[in-house]
Design a protein around this ligand. Structure first.
Ligand SMILES: [Fe+2]
Length: 346
């Protein structure tokens, strides 16, 4: 049984005023809030965003605000548990749906937070990261790691939308968030997704391996999907058909703070995820799934997104009895592991 502690109002008013004058705060009235018993009490609420519902509002932003006035035309998927104005999906994750219209260019900049994009709809757009021009197709994952120049352009004829995932809330919290504007990048001929697109071998020019921290920037969905299908066929008994997006040179997570995964649910499959400390984001690439997070349940159609707090029981269910479902997952695992606070409670 946890002991009740003294409250602020138990203290005399003149004593509280004397503390305040000297920038002092008594710990005991706040102790249970910052160190709750047994498990954290996250501000992150299980939250769902329908793509069908947000899409007209995003397209309307294209009419209301020209790209020069927005720089990045984004509707932020904000978690009400953190206050919408704080633009957080979880403690460390930011989510935004970004619209680029035909002919538009988003100018080059670089910033300290890491970003990735998952392409939601449209063809013909590209993002140039560190001089590498990455074409955007549905489901592709494109990294824009910390400090790397990036700009976007669109040579197609229909709107392009992608989901941005950043570690902005964390980098902002540690007061390390800033950006620098730049000029248009010179495009280099080499493409990481071309040379790392074949599992098990990496370039070793003159017997040397590269020491670039982010050798691969674009992870085509066709390859991730093929890996999932191969894994499922190879291991018919396997319950969790999942792959992790990694740095192909080191085998470690593709980025330092957030991790990215693709998962396949077999027809009709129900999958219970282990209860772990990091918050998670789910985005449906193909199919439709039910997501139960503790005692809440959401139905996600294609391109829908939801988030779950850490330490929550999450169950996924493929709504189709005849086709597989494919989803993209982001979470805070690398951050928790580096800080030594990662837990898997099974
Ligand atoms: Fe950016």
């Amino acid at each position: 049984m946890t002991q009740e502690l003294g409250r602020l109002e138990d203290l005399p008013a003149d004593y509280r005023a004397a503390l305040t004058r000297q920038n002092l705060v008594p710990l005991w009235p706040n102790l249970r809030a910052v160190l709750p018993p047994g498990k954290p009490q996250p501000n992150t609420k299980a939250t769902y965003w329908s793509y069908e519902a947000l899409r007209p509002l995003l397209l309307k932003a294209g009419e209301l605000t020209p790209i020069e006035k927005a720089e990045r035309r984004v509707l932020v998927l904000a978690n009400p548990g953190h206050g919408l104005e704080n633009m957080q999906a979880s403690a460390a994750m930011y989510l935004g749906m970004q619209l680029l219209l035909p002919g538009e260019r988003a100018p080059a900049h670089r910033h300290t937070p890491n970003a990735v994009r998952v392409i939601v709809e449209g063809e013909g757009a590209y993002t140039t990261v560190d001089g590498e021009k990455c074409p955007m197709s549905r489901g592709d994952l494109i990294l824009t790691p910390t400090g790397q120049w990036h700009d976007h352009g669109h040579d197609g004829d229909k709107p392009v939308v992608w989901l941005d995932i950043l570690d902005l809330p964390l980098v902002y919290y540690i007061e390390a968030s800033y950006h620098i504007d730049g000029s248009r990048q010179t495009v280099k001929p080499d493409r990481g997704d071309k040379v790392y697109g074949h599992g098990g071998v990496v370039p070793s020019v003159d017997f040397d391996r590269t020491d670039r921290p982010y050798p691969m920037l674009r992870y085509p969905w066709v390859d991730a999907r093929a890996a999932l299908v191969a894994l499922a066929e190879n291991r018919p008994d396997l319950e969790r058909v999942q792959v992790t997006y990694v740095n192909p040179e080191t085998g470690r997570d593709a980025q330092n703070i957030l991790a990215y995964y693709a998962q396949m649910l077999r027809p009709g499959q129900t999958l219970k995820l282990p209860v772990r400390s990091p918050a998670m984001v789910f985005h449906v690439i193909e199919g439709a799934i039910d997501v139960a997070i503790e005692n809440q349940e959401f139905t996600l159609a294609e391109a829908d997104t939801c988030c779950a707090p850490g330490y929550a029981a999450v169950t996924l269910r493929n709504r189709s009895a005849s086709t597989s479902a494919f989803l993209f997952i982001a979470d805070e695992t690398p951050l928790h592991k580096k800080l030594g606070v990662f837990e898997n409670r099974g």
